[in-house]
Write a protein that binds this ligand. Sequence first.
Ligand code: PLP
Length: 229
Amino acid sequence: MGDTLASRLASIDARIAEAAKAAGRDANDITRIVVTKFHPASLVRELHALGVREVGENRQQELTTKREETSELADLVWHFIGQAQTNKARAIRDAASAVHTVDRARLADALQRAAGEGDAALDVLVQINLTDDPGRGGVAPEGLETLVEHVLGCDTLRLRGVMAVAPLDEDPAAAFARVAEYAARVRRIEPAASWISAGMTGDFVEAIAAGATHLRIGSAITGPRPLHG
Ligand SMILES: *Cc1c(COP(=O)(O)O)cnc(C)c1O
C-alpha cells in the first residue's frame, strides 16, 4: 500500500484501535477529529469521501472560508481548536459545531451573545493551560472551577468537557494524567461534561491511555502542512 491519504487514515485508525484495546477502552468511545488547517478544501472533500465527518481548524478565517467552500458536505462537524478572539465570536459560532478553546469568561460571554434567535446550544470545552506560560492559551488550573461555573451560567453554551495541549518539554503521559484529574474536577460540577479533547499526531496513544475522548490529529493523516505565511 502506497503512502496515500487513505492509507494514512487507515493506519492511524488502526493505531487508535490498538491503543484503545491496550487501555481496556472501547474505540467507539473515541472521536478522531482530523485537523485540516493549511490544507485546501479539496482535502476536506477527499477526507469526507473516506468517511471522515469530524474536522478541525484553528483559525476563524480559514474555518469560515473552508466551511463555505465545502457547504455541500452538510454532515461535516467542524471543531474550532485555535485561540479565539472575542470579536470573532459570531463568525466562530456561525461556522463551528464545537469550540474547544474557551479559556476565559469574556470569551464565553462573547460566544453567548453571538447566539442567534433559536440557535441550538453551542458545544464548548474549557481549555486548560498545562504550562506556566499564559501565552499558550488555556485557563490556569487554579481558575478552572470559576470558569466552569461561568460557562454553566451561559444558557446558549453547552459545556462538554475539557481540552488541553501537552507541553513540548514534558512527558505527555504525565501531562495527560493531570488533564484526567482536571476533567474529574469538572465532572464534579457538571457530570455531563465528559469530553476530554487531548492527543495530537505525536501523543495520541498517551492521550488514549489517559482517557481522551476526542483526538485532534493533523499531519499524521493529512501529510505535512503546506507552507503558509
Ligand atoms: C494543529 C493542531 C493539532 C494537530 O496537530 P498535529 O501534530 O499535526 O496532529 C491539534 N491540536 C491543535 C490545537 C492544533 O493547533
